[in-house]
Design a protein around this ligand. Sequence first.
Ligand code: ZN
Length: 110
Amino acid sequence: MQCVADKHAEIRAEFEKERAHLLERIDELTVGGEIDLDFDDDFADRGQVASEKGEHRVLADTLEAQLKLVEKALARLDEGTYGTCSVCDKPISAERLEVLPATDRCIDHA
Ligand SMILES: [Zn+2]
């Protein structure tokens, strides 16, 4: 049987991989927090540029939201509060953590 410390080390490694992956994707999409789009000079359709930018913005925002969750989960691993609900302090079920590893809410407070 696996002890909790081993399990947490495994979870941490997963989160760190996820964080690196998210940072990389955000980095590809943005420059200094702004959406970075390189279009050819002959790509003059400004409406389309704007809509592409909008799509990338939505994607970047989604990635940033995921990144925040991952960073919060890593912080909770450091604090030793990972796997407990931030509302009621009760343990979050293993099944729920399996599906949503970065969650900080039990099923009742989801
Ligand atoms: Zn709860």
